[in-house]
Design a protein around this ligand. Structure first.
Ligand code: PBG
Length: 330
């Protein structure tokens, strides 16, 4: 049979050498920020039940683990604190009190690993007895609301405390209006012009944060986060958020979660020329792990496909619980 096809795309898939040559998207360990959890105490390592392979570490154990992680080539982490219920209050005062174990952890990590990029999380939820990212107050109609501008002041204090402790980049994950500009000014006024902002620009009200809230015991005590986190149905609204964050001085724009929002990653990538980050969140990690535990898919191939898709969509920075596993591959 004679060949009538001029263009045969399979020619470019015929061997590993050709496939490697024409590969459009490659992942590197340099692309990752590894989210990690620190808790009080000594010599404690506690696995997050819904995130196999991910642990909460006391500071001593965290430092040990970081030796392993940095030896693997990981250059950036995002550190989250797990506070006991007894230390939480309505105003999240523990988030900026001098000398807390989280601030001490940032300080010691920086001292021991001066070249590691440390990102910290700015939001009230790990410290809030209400489990919300902002300040909760009764509204006129008797319902409870999340106050915006009053929350900014608390976020400002938290930000300065984290910068003083040694954070390189702060990650406002709270979704209050105007916080990027407010925190930029606050950092500059406090003498931290070099501390950057990786803004959670398009953060959606997502079911995929479930395992993370287990890890930090930080689920909201009432209601949901829909008055501040975005509606999963909205993509154009992400551009509004991004324009604001860009204008207010964000150094990177982040989309979160990643997998169900690849279109949003792409649209931010096409519109803005600063780095776009994506947060491959806890539930996305848990999905792959849970299916793999049941033998329903190959975990390594599943991980690589997910991470490649996030990068292909346009994220040049990926926050992922898979970072260590990825770094161990080669
Ligand atoms: C809190 C915060 C959340 C995550 C990062 N920062 C949870 C939330 O908004 O409820 C989620 C991360 C993940 O699921 O991996 N401000």
């Amino acid at each position: 049979m004679s060949s009538y096809l001029t263009r045969r795309p399979r020619r470019l898939r015929q061997s590993p050498a050709v496939r490697a040559l024409v590969e459009e998207t490659t992942l590197s360990v340099n692309d990752f920020i590894y989210p990690m959890f620190v808790m009080e105490g000594q010599n404690v390592t506690s696995e997050v039940a819904s995130m196999p392979g991910i642990f909460r570490y006391s500071l001593d154990r965290l430092l040990d683990e970081l030796s392993v992680v940095t030896d693997l080539g990981i250059k950036a982490i995002d550190l989250f604190p797990n506070y006991p219920e007894g230390k939480k209050d309505k105003e999240a005062t523990e988030s900026y009190r001098a000398g807390t174990f989280y601030l001490e952890a940032i300080h010691q990590v920086k001292a021991k690993f001066p070249h590691l990029m440390i990102m910290t999380d700015v939001a009230m939820d790990p410290y809030s007895s209400d489990g919300h990212d902002g300040l909760v107050a009764p509204a006129k109609d008797g319902s409870l609301e999340i106050l915006n501008d009053e929350t900014l002041e608390i976020l400002g204090k938290m930000t300065v405390a984290q910068a003083q402790a040694g954070a390189d980049f702060i990650g406002p994950s709270d979704m209050m209006d105007g916080r990027v500009g407010y925190l930029r000014q606050t950092l500059d006024a406090a003498g931290f012009p070099k501390v950057g902002i990786i803004s959670y620009t398009a953060k959606y009200a997502s079911a995929f944060y479930g395992p993370f809230r287990d890890a930090l015991d930080s689920a909201p005590k009432f209601g949901d986060k829909k008055t501040y986190q975005m509606n999963p149905a909205n993509a154009r609204e992400a551009l509004v958020e991004a324009e604001l964050d860009y204008a207010e001085g964000a150094d990177m724009l982040m989309v979160k979660p990643a997998l169900a929002y690849l279109d949003v990653i792409k649209s931010l990538r096409d519109t803005f020329d600063i780095p776009i980050a994506a947060y491959n969140v806890s539930g996305e990690y848990a999905m792959v792990k849970a299916a793999a535990e049941r033998g329903w898919l190959d975990p390594t191939r599943g991980m690589l496909e997910v991470l490649t898709a996030i990068k292909r969509a346009g994220a040049s920075v990926i926050l992922s619980y898979f970072a260590k596993e990825f770094a161990m591959l080669k």
